[in-house]
Ligand binder design. Sequence first.
Ligand SMILES: Cc1cc2nc3c(=O)[nH]c(=O)nc-3n(C[C@H](O)[C@H](O)[C@H](O)COP(=O)(O)OP(=O)(O)OC[C@H]3O[C@@H](n4cnc5c(N)ncnc54)[C@H](O)[C@@H]3O)c2cc1C
Length: 472
Amino acid sequence: MDSIKHCSVIIIGAGISGISAAKQLADNGVEDVVILEASNRIGGRIRKEQFAGVPVELGAGWIAGVGGKQSNPVWELANRAGLRTCFSDYSNAHFNIYDRGGKIFPSGIAADSYKKAVDSAIQRLKDEVDNTNEPPKYKEVEPISTFIDFGEREYLVADERGYEHLLYKLAETFLLTFDGEILDNRLKLNTVVREIQNSRSGVTVKTEDGSIYEASYVVLSVSIGVLQSDLISFRPPLPRWKTEAIEKCDVMVYTKIFLKFPSKFWPSGVEKEFFIYAHERRGYYTFWQHMDNAYPGSNILVVTLTNDESKRVEAQSDQETLREAMEVLKDMFGPDIPDATDVLVPRWWNNRFQRGSYSNYPIISNNKVARDLKDPVGRIFFSGEHTSERFNGYVHGGYLAGIDSANALLEEMTTEKGRKTDISQPFLLEPLLALTGSLTLPQTEKVSNLHKYELPRQIFLGSNLGMPEAIL
Ligand SMILES: Cc1cc2nc3c(=O)[nH]c(=O)nc-3n(C[C@H](O)[C@H](O)[C@H](O)COP(=O)(O)OP(=O)(O)OC[C@H]3O[C@@H](n4cnc5c(N)ncnc54)[C@H](O)[C@@H]3O)c2cc1C
């Protein structure tokens, strides 16, 4: 148990967005910050684990969007930290499609069906958009901003220190560290936030171990999946526009399963790095990658599952998953291949501090969902990859979202300071606030500035204070 009297800002979550928000605040003179992190490490969905002697990335693996006109800020961080990366060439994947009998689809047919599948998916998306009565400017299926802005290349992080090394490099610029470890008392690991009370004068945060933290502001950087769950409750409850945006945002589940073999039996070479298994059941152990390029001699294969298949596999034993994966590999490479000696199945969906892998905005949302996800509610500022309008779902989205939310908060802090000096007369409703305790946020109106606060009707209507409604 810990009890802190007061600090300027509490940052909830020490993933890339929480750490970049904290750094941006520190760079601008706000160092009176506490970072509350539920797990026992920083990094969140950037997570390295040793598997069969090799550091594998259970979460983000690629720096996506490199080689374009603008430089991807995460690529810059990686270069500065000297992170080892490997270029990933997916373009050959459709020449390596295996059927259930182990035959490779002839390249012409494979390329043709691949193109047909992509065209038909685009047409389906367009039809879906056409069937709504959206104004014409939203009728186009938007290309992915990451590749437009930063370029089409993707690099796999293959470094002993892991992708998470970038977070440590950011953290050491403003937190006390020694020998690669963060020793700073402002970072509280194993601290699970369960309740946030938002009031006109400040924010109170309660944690699972019964501690109470108080601050002027909160930056909430937990994932969209966590926001959709009941892990954190809000007092007063979040307004409707915010909860609707949270509900509307899809949570994608993406699972990389790692398999270790005593020897290699798959074709090697850069152009064979990615291969596809064609099965009538959609998404059934479809997308494979060998790790020979990243870690030569490691004899590790990775298979990627998504959404329903991810959830199905998370619910069963690792041994069952291993059995299924071996069956698929035997279909592709014959019955005589060696059995895997080890398997690693990450469980992002069942992790209560994640509840999924990344956000996906609904196709037709006019950017409203993105804006509503990001806009503050009173003293709570929202961050995280899901608040990045252009780059949600990516590490650089999280990184830039952290900077954006810190900048919005810095602006609000300056405005609030100005207001405090301006006000010579006490605010008319102040005595009422004292009477009603700290519950002072509106339920219906979007509040992005504290001076827009209204008094919530339900406090008075339900509290027998006997105030005439006209005063509200
Ligand atoms: C399997 C997988 C593969 C991916 N692949 C890529 C990729 O190749 N390239 C790419 O760019 N992106 C990829 N991503 C996405 C990328 O990892 C995320 O967009 C990014 O890391 C999100 O950072 P964040 O700070 O927004 O959230 P997070 O990293 O989730 O940080 C939020 C933090 O909040 C903490 N938290 C949650 N609840 C509480 C609570 N109640 N109290 C206190 N703390 C709490 C969590 O423990 C976590 O540390 C992948 C993600 C996954 C899962």
